[in-house]
Design a protein around this ligand. Structure first.
Ligand SMILES: [Zn+2]
Ligand SMILES: [Zn+2]
Length: 229
């Protein structure tokens, strides 16, 4: 009789590798992304050429990798990790992001970043929650991708009210001057990790800051890219 932990979280069949969390059948059934622009990560006609919107107003970053739209089951896994501290989801979410990055690397000749940075929480929110979920994922990814991870290089020096229920414009104002860069990033190709990218205002603000400090390029890595606003 298999113990509960050794069953796939989605279909309840026994798992070959317990740490994987979901079986290979469910892995292949995860909702796939449509063809998306390599820069903004929104649906487009080509996955290698940037879309018309990006050609007119390019985002601050150069490339975006996502695993899924903001929908189940990833939405559920992320919320269990984020709000209930269930770190059993960390290996699976990290692995999914790694697979998406490897896939993008194959299709778009994406370069290996020198440096991985995760979007920070303000320390009071970090303290209340006890951990930063993207930090746990970043630690694994930096080992697997073989790039440096600097957890404290970006700090959020004032708490920003939750971005939920704000318009794109309000989000932008909410974030202005919220972050500072505390290290030398000159010439570095950077991967910036966030769990969910919706309007992109947080990763845009941090990308802008990193480029201002001399970073060579930014790839945004996220678990979910919200495709509908
Ligand atoms: Zn399964
Ligand atoms: Zn685009």
């Amino acid at each position: 009789m298999p113990i509960m932990n050794s069953l796939c979280w989605l279909c309840q069949q026994p798992l070959a590798i317990v740490q994987h969390g979901i079986c290979s059948v469910c892995l292949n059934l995860l909702p796939s992304l449509p063809v998306c622009c390599p820069r903004c990560g929104l649906p487009a006609s080509s996955q290698t050429r940037q879309c018309a919107e990006c050609q007119i107003i390019p985002p601050e970053w150069q490339q975006l990798i996502a695993v899924s739209d903001y929908c189940s089951p990833l939405k559920y896994f992320i919320s269990r990790l984020k709000f209930y501290g269930e770190d059993k989801y960390v290996p699976l979410l990290s692995r999914l992001l790694l697979l998406s990055w490897l896939n993008a690397r194959r299709i778009r000749q994406l370069s290996r970043p020198d440096l991985l940075i995760s979007v920070p929480l303000h320390h009071t929110r970090h303290w209340r929650r006890g951990f930063n979920q993207t930090d746990l994922i970043a630690r694994r990814l930096s080992r697997w991708v073989n790039c440096r991870y600097l957890p404290d290089i970006i700090s959020r020096h004032r708490p920003t009210p939750s971005q939920r229920n704000l318009s794109a414009n309000q989000r932008q104002c909410n974030l202005m001057d919220a972050f500072s860069c505390n290290g030398d990033v000159r010439g570095q190709h950077i991967a910036l990790l966030d769990d969910i990218v919706t309007t992109g205002s947080t990763v845009a603000e941090i990308s802008r800051l990193l480029l201002l400090h001399g970073a060579a390029s930014i790839q945004v890595w996220c678990l979910c890219r919200t495709l509908k606003s």
